[in-house]
Ligand binder design. Structure first.
Ligand code: FUL
Length: 645
């Protein structure tokens, strides 16, 4: 080379040197855009990349048919007949889920590992002759199958005698340290917001309330995690890693910002896990902190497995719907898959999971944007590094960017021929924050641009699910942004044809209400009482204070259980969380048939089904509201009776 240069004329050498200097100076000039607003941490970036994973709710409740155990359950009840962690991991993997968060301890206090902190643990159960460690089996299976592992450790412990005192916090931290030390890497640490209430508490059987703003001293508890797993993400209502999405129904609001400034229902309280926060579902545009939403919901109505819900398993197509309204709005999706009493994923749940996984695979099999020519109305410093084509490569962090002052811009994909699709995926490079506000996507029809979709916020993932279209050009328009747009991906996909599964399997069915009459309350409001048996889930009745709801079924029926549907309008006022059901043959002499609590009904207002251990014959039924949420007048959307199939 040196020899060759010698033969070049000095003027040519001068020109080459000039070109070299210019390009070097040019490269220096095109500085990357400044990040905007609150930003994700390294751990949060890894978490965003996972997008969806499983929750596994499994404990003594599976064997007692409850959603919340009281804490007085005998550990001998915990005895899955055929638990297989590999099978569980494979079921979860078949859905394309990337990890498992296991309920190592739910509110009943039963620990799924042989902890030193309490006797209320798996070593006192007959499972694996008291030598089992379910946390180990699940975390090991995760490693074998390439899944990440996370822990759920309920702060509320209805078994522990010390709950409510400083001593319990020490116990909780011991449990936390054991879980974080003995089971390998942890990607998420889950701390639900249920805080205090009735419980066994070592035999005291009382109500204990705690002040959740101070009691758990989370900063010091979470230090243990930061020390041992610096990249793990902490879930609680307020993060700091990710936040609750504000419902357990399986959706995020549109838009759902990953940034948030917590707005308290009671402005005098400080935000803590378990406190009422108004804007969890939507977050805040330009919010103070990056605490993205996590959408937690179950493949069944409840969080634990109940035989009565075997015919209510969400279909693959329904799971796909949830995927679009959670992951598609920039949140992560945590799908609960509760094992049955064998310790296996029930066959219908397994089929839905596998079907969903296939749909996701088919959806992303072909990116119809591949091979397109990408151009943009503005490219940052005209540099290749920020070129429009960066939205087509495999990385979400290489990106198309505009000059700083350009906050409305467009990017056009001229496709390689005509393509048919109905799903568009857009990602911002979130390392630089949430920047884009309003955007639109156009498609070219007969040479003319036509708006296909429009929205607010992009973030880590925005999925547009629309009509199938065939076109050879697509345009992304950034209508306005808080900082110059930085778009990491623009992909075009086609959703597979979906098939709806028919799921039926339960020993009980709902009795017909055709002959039913509401007998009381008999005030003017009783007219409204009829709404409780009109089979319309969206109507409800408020009972007068202290009143029970009495129904004449018109004929004697053998009753195997009751159902109660709380109001479905997203208000919790007057929802029953303690109930009593009475029955009578003549409407004069009454007998108590069932009583108890409707656990978790505030967060998950689904139909509650109470099974009786044996059938009872009656013509009259009575629902006594023992306690209501927010102390309001009892509200009932539907009252039902379960009979044999
Ligand atoms: C809630 C709990 O009370 C439910 O039982 C369930 O574990 C859900 C994921 O979180 O706060």
């Amino acid at each position: 080379m040196r020899k060759n240069l010698k033969h070049l004329k000095p003027s040519v050498l001068f020109l080459l040197a000039g070109l070299f200097i210019c390009s070097a100076v040019g490269a220096e000039k095109v500085k990357p855009p400044q990040p905007h607003g609150a930003l994700p941490t390294e751990g949060q970036l890894l978490w965003h990349e996972m997008e969806m994973y499983a929750f596994v709710h499994f404990t003594i409740n599976t064997f007692t048919d409850k959603e919340w155990g009281f804490g007085d359950e005998d550990p001998a009840l915990f005895n899955p007949s055929d638990f297989d962690a590999d099978a569980l991991a494979l079921n979860i993997k078949s859905a394309g889920l990337k990890g498992i968060v296991l309920t190592c301890k739910h509110h009943d206090g039963f620990c799924l590992w042989p902890t030193k902190s309490t006797d209320h643990n798996i070593s006192k159960s007959p499972w694996r002759d008291g030598k089992g460690d379910m946390v180990k089996e699940v975390s090991d299976a995760c490693k074998r199958h390439g899944l990440k592992f996370g822990i759920y450790l309920s702060p509320w412990d209805r078994n522990n005698k010390d709950y409510g005192t400083p001593k319990y916090i020490e116990t909780y931290r011991t449990q936390y340290r054991e879980l974080l030390t003995n089971y390998g890497p942890v990607f998420e640490s889950w701390h639900d917001g249920a805080n205090g209430g009735d419980g066994y508490y070592g035999g005291a059987r009382e109500t204990r309330s705690i002040d959740n703003t101070v009691y758990y001293d989370w900063d010091n508890t979470w230090k243990i995690l930061y020390e041992l797993h610096p990249n793990a993400v902490i879930f609680s209502d307020i993060g700091p890693g990710c936040r609750w999405v504000g419902n357990e129904s399986g959706f995020a609001k549109d838009p759902c910002w990953s940034t948030i400034t917590f707005e308290m229902a009671n402005p005098n309280r400080k935000p803590t896990p378990g406190s009422s926060i108004k804007n969890l579902e939507s977050g805040t545009r330009n919010g103070k902190v990056w605490v993205p939403a996590e959408v937690d919901f179950s493949i069944r109505p409840g969080w634990f497995w109940h035989a009565s819900e075997n015919d209510k398993v969400k279909t693959s197509a329904q799971l796909l719907d949830h995927y679009f309204v959670s992951v598609g709005r920039g949140a992560n999706m945590i799908l609960n898959v509760p094992p049955d009493r064998r310790g296996r994923v029930f066959e219908k749940d397994a089929a839905s999971l596998a079907g969903f996984g296939q749909m996701i695979n088919q959806l992303y099999k072909v990116n119809y944007a591949k091979g397109a020519k990408a151009t943009a109305s503005n490219v940052r410093g005209n540099s290749k590094e920020y070129a429009a084509s960066k939205v087509l490569d495999a990385s979400r962090y290489t990106y198309w960017a505009t000059d700083d002052q350009v906050k409305d811009a467009s990017l056009t994909l001229s496709l390689k021929g005509k393509k048919t699709f109905n799903v568009i995926r857009i990602r911002e490079n979130i390392k630089l924050g949430h920047r884009v506000n309003e955007w639109a996507v156009d498609i070219k029809e007969n040479g003319v641009w036509k708006e296909y979709a429009k929205g607010v916020a992009i973030g880590s993932c925005r999925l547009i699910r629309g009509e199938r279209v065939t076109t050879d050009a697509v345009r992304l328009r950034i209508i306005n942004a808080d900082a110059s747009p930085c778009i990491g991906e623009l992909g075009l996909y086609a959703e597979p044809q979906t098939s709806t599964q028919t799921l039926t399997d339960s020993k009980q069915k709902d009795a017909s209400k055709k002959l039913w009459k509401v007998l009381s309350p008999s005030t003017a409001e009783a007219q409204e009482g009829a709404l409780t048996i009109d089979t319309h889930p969206n109507t409800f009745s408020s009972l007068p204070s202290g009143a029970s709801l009495t129904v004449d079924m018109g004929a004697e029926v053998e009753i195997f259980g009751f159902s109660y549907l709380p109001r479905q309008d997203r208000s919790s006022n007057g929802i029953l969380d303690r109930y009593e059901f009475n029955v009578s043959k003549d409407g004069v002499t009454w007998e108590k048939a069932a009583s108890g609590e409707f656990s978790n009904i505030k967060n998950n207002p689904i139909e509650q089904r109470i099974s009786l251990s044996k059938g009872v014959v009656a013509r009259y039924i009575q629902l006594v509201p023992v306690r209501t949420l927010e102390g309001g007048k009892a509200t009932v959307a539907e009252l039902g009776v379960l009979i044999a199939k």
